[in-house]
Design a protein. Sequence first.
Length: 254
Amino acid sequence: MQTEKELAVVVGATGAFGQAMVKRLLEHNLNVVAVARSAAAVDALAADYPGVTGCVADIADDSAIETIANTLENCGARVRTVVHGPGVGVAGGILTAPTQTMVEAVNIKVGGLLRLARAADTMLADHARIIAIGGHYGLEPTAYAAAAGVANAALINVVRQLSLAYGPRNITAHVIAPGPADTERLHRVAATRAQQRGLSLDDVLDEMRAESSIGAFTTPEQVAWAVTTLLAPEATATTGSTLMLDSGRRKGLP
């Protein structure tokens, strides 16, 4: 795809958040390189949305660096933003979660972000954005979402480091931390919590809604809105910070 439009690179593009982000980035006059492990899912996304170039890569492996870099070179355009939004496995609570699953979650979230940044590094435009999709549990630990809590907490630290390293190049780094969203992944988390407590899935989902001050889950469309909001010139002031999209769940300060 040869184009004069700048690019957005989205890892996890075929998931619920990813598809919403791809659609909104296209609406903001960017072409999108959609990165995911499933060739069939990537091809389907590219077929649905003109302006999308598929890239099949496993962000948990260092081979993704070369694969993504080659795709960007073939596109022949500068990169306005990279968005790292893969999901991690539902490992269960901290007392029972397999340690290997915890390690894999950090590899996907933190290692994956670093692989993405390194793949795009030479193609990043002036004032480019590095955006990582974290999560509420990284700042509000629980006993039942161990992998998400640990991996997203580490992600917040790494993004702050990237903001310091890329700052001299006028490139900023950001975390978006959604609260629970009504997606397939949330239902897996809720099912694990329900099993631990001997409750029904519906009971747990109702409890999770009630944790929000407005009684709501965050939506993929709200996450996509936050991604494009960070493209504004004024968003440079937020580099290194975490944008909470938790629908009023966070109790701690700041």
